[in-house]
Design a protein around this ligand. Sequence first.
Ligand code: FMN
Length: 428
Amino acid sequence: MTSPRDVGLEPGVGLARQTEIYLAGVRGRRQAIPFGHEQLERAARGRMSPQAFAYVAGGAGAERTIAANRAAFDRHRIVPRVLRDVSGRDLSVELLGRRLPTPFLLAPIGVLELAHKDADVAVARAAAAEGVPMIFSNQASRPMEECAAAMGDAPRWFQLYWSTSDELVASFVRRAEACGCGAIVVTLDTKMLGWRSRDLDFAHLPFATGRGIAQYTSDPVFRGLVDPSTVERSGRPTPAAVRALVQATRSYPGSFRSNLRSGVGVAAVRKVMEIYSRPTLTWDAFAWLRERTSLPIVVKGILHADDARLAVEHGLDAIVVSNHGGRQVDGAIASLDALPVVADAVGGRIPVLFDSGIRGGADAFKALALGATAVLLGRPYAYGLALEGEAGVRDVIRNLVADFDLTMALSGCRTVAEIGPQCLQLAP
Ligand SMILES: Cc1cc2nc3c(=O)[nH]c(=O)nc-3n(C[C@H](O)[C@H](O)[C@H](O)COP(=O)(O)O)c2cc1C
């Protein structure tokens, strides 16, 4: 079998990836990462503990928002155009002053140690290798400095949960700047955690046992806030409590023995739970943040046109239309249904990004057609991580980009700018 290049064709990433896969098949090799999302999720489930899988896959309440996200994609259908020259396609987009090779970023996902021991660092390597910006989560399993060190000059942003401690917020922002982050993404939809049935069934919250708190325990300001003398030592612990104590103690830098003796691990966990989010936060807070950073400020979790207008009025630099993958409000509007309304309210003044439900190239195409400048990939890369670590994340990204490239070509578009509402029709 010859490759497209052997016969003088510029293949494009889609055809190149297809050829790589089929050529490997001729040699009897199949890909480790399934291509269908349901198969990918099922395979990842087999590699994760039931609690870990529930945390990643689950949503709020009866998970109607997760279902709505998918249903919205299904309602929009692509109407392909034919007999256009679609050779030499250009997938790149301009975003906050930087040209990206594709319209994809990796959404901030906390507690990636639930999927793989290399967690955020494996994702950082994969993102850098594939030229897709990674958004470091505030609830990461590894400090942002470790991820940045694994990425060279590749683009990365930092996602912030606005803590009740101003000093801690300022410290996170300073560290993000020092790590070469290109933007601060403030997540607005998680002033408190949604009512997540699967996690409640397991009585499992990763942060309560010291998982997903590495940005805190690596922070000098946070460490100054931790006071082990506040931890009371009660009677006989259960086996589960001992395991939680060991995990929390391990999550704190320094010697395990002295951390155990001082109780600093447990105190840190309690402190995170106490200060991670500020329920009183309002739009006025952004003037304070603007004074402390020259980085673009992006707000994530916008679903209403009026909030989109307020974001523009408060001088913010970009919006992410997102319902947090259905993890916060059960029965919320699908992210994709909010997208054209928000894009219309913004009127091109700032970029509008999108997430919640991107599972393949056609989904990305539809979001771009409805007004997104770029899209964030969420759960699928966490599943790739669970299956094959860094290589799994790379494959998930490569497959998505290939699928998107082919969808563009087969729909008659040569550039991302050509993807617009005229490419879609609502299902009858
Ligand atoms: C396990 C998990 C952890 C997440 N952690 C964060 C986080 O720390 N910060 C944040 O802003 N969003 C977080 N999100 C939301 C994602 O950034 C994104 O909005 C969501 O995954 C998109 O939905 P999708 O995965 O269904 O496409 C998390 C999502 C999942 C699945």
